[in-house]
Design a protein around this ligand. Structure first.
Ligand code: URA
Length: 440
């Protein structure tokens, strides 16, 4: 039997619901990367995995085969690198706050980030609203940034998990994105390329996330934790709510500005609840001997002393960014409520589509984006609102006065009720504290 027949038999085995061995999974991935397995065959394989699923062992083999299709960052002996990943949400600027905050607390954080996916914004797009800032650091530049600043946020290079880059494009056009083993191997093959010793994941659920229900988010979280652990990295996960935008602003530059305000001590409460939980979980994972009171003091001190903000400024400068050259949107427009009551919903999807229509996100992969546009929610879920109150401030591009399509989306985002709506907690579950409780 030749090589090609072998791969075909493996696809058929998965189609028929059998468990694949490590060598079979490695063969599929290596044939795919070298071009011996055609895209249409790999799409069939992805569809077979979509319907038949994979065992925890198969998922771990798939992840390591995809990870090993590329390079892994290397660190001097004794460097304890930590990593964080969010599955993406509307207004999610947590990495912009958390990465410098962790570095200010002495952790080493070389963060590889992505661009917007679906309606969710991407950290790289947000950072690129700072003139001059580079998000294409080479491996050597990442190592240098980490050595001198303690952190960086940059894009995944072509050498990182090339199997995922090729497979993700196929999944996107073959209806095979929402498969837990495929999502797990895709996310972890990129994250583990940072070569961290601790990894914390933020899996979001809700109308503004690609996992719509808490049950789906839980299944993905369990798969990510079990696969990370099988591959030798201490991994934990929090499950967080994405039924409303995170923080006050959605856009690119406006989210960088919000992150700076958060590091100045003026962060919005749901946003800061997530930042503080992720920071304390990662500090606890790295320094299990520290008490939670000590960890919480470290986090508060890093913000209050201005050290976390200094780290952000250093990181931006080190990556070539010039904060003094930022050009904020000069024109704003306020939307007014047309009835009194209590805000029950600010739909993250409609808010995201409004921002995309303004030019702040992509409708196709090659589109360039206008970093200055976005919006600010003036009346968040749970607040009282009077007929005629401004509830949304829109930041327009300097050439546009109104954008009717964007405004229609924004108007659809607001829903009110006659009595106060109950706020859902922003953190639904922390697999770490669950495990700790279960162990006691
Ligand atoms: N993000 C990824 O990187 N991969 C997926 O498959 C889904 C979300």
């Amino acid at each position: 039997m030749n090589h090609r027949d072998n791969s075909l038999r493996i696809i058929e085995r998965k189609r028929d619901g059998h468990e694949l061995s490590e060598s079979q999974i490695r063969l599929i991935i290596s044939d795919f990367v070298t071009g011996h397995l055609h895209d249409y065959q790999m799409s069939a394989f992805a569809m077979a995995v979509y319907f038949r699923g994979m065992s925890a062992e198969e998922t771990a083999h798939l992840t390591s085969a995809m990870l090993e299709s590329g390079q892994t960052l290397q660190w001097p002996q004794g460097t304890e690198v930590v990593s964080k990943h969010s599955t993406g949400g509307v207004g999610d600027k947590v990495s912009l706050i958390l990465v410098p905050l962790l570095a200010a607390c002495g952790l080493v954080v070389p963060k590889l980030s992505g661009r917007g996916l679906g309606v969710t914004g991407g950290t790289l797009d947000k950072l690129e609203s700072i003139p001059g800032l580079r998000t294409d650091l080479s491996t050597t530049e990442i190592q240098d940034a980490v050595g001198s600043v303690g952190c960086c946020i940059t894009g995944t290079t072509a050498d990182i998990a090339p199997a995922d880059q090729k497979l993700y494009a196929l999944r996107d056009s073959s209806g095979t994105v929402p498969s837990i083993p495929l999502i797990t191997s895709s996310i972890l093959s990129k994250k583990l390329a940072e070569n961290p010793s601790k990894l914390l994941l933020d899996v979001k659920f809700g109308t503004g996330a690609f996992m719509n229900t808490a049950e789906q988010a839980h299944a993905l979280a369990a798969s990510l934790v079990s696969t990370g652990e099988r591959l030798g990295v201490e991994t934990d996960c929090v499950i967080t709510d994405m039924n409303q935008p995170l923080g006050r602003r959605v856009g690119n530059l406006v989210e960088v500005e919000e992150a700076i305000e958060a590091l100045e001590g003026n962060g919005e409460s749901r946003l800061m609840t997530i930042v503080q939980r992720l920071a304390s979980d990662l500090l606890e994972m790295s320094h299990p001997q520290l008490s939670s009171a000590n960890i919480s003091t470290q986090i508060t001190d890093a913000i209050q002393s201005g050290n976390a903000l200094k780290k952000l400024n250093l990181m931006i400068e080190h990556q070539g960014g010039r904060l003094s050259d930022i050009k904020s949107a000069k024109q704003t427009l306020e939307l007014k409520a047309d009835r009194s009551g209590y805000v029950s919903t600010v739909s993250p999807n409609e808010i995201a589509w409004g921002v995309i229509e303004l030019g702040g996100g992509r409708q196709n992969k090659t589109q360039s984006i206008d970093h200055s546009v976005g919006c600010e929610i003036l009346k968040p879920v749970g607040t009282e609102i009077q007929d005629g109150d401004s509830w949304l401030r829109i930041f327009l591009s300097n050439e546009t006065h109104r954008n009717e399509r964007a405004i229609q989306h924004f108007q659809k985002a607001l829903r009110t009720t006659d009595s106060p709506a109950e706020q859902s907690p922003v953190i639904l579950e922390d697999l770490r504290s669950l495990a700790t409780t279960e162990n006691h």
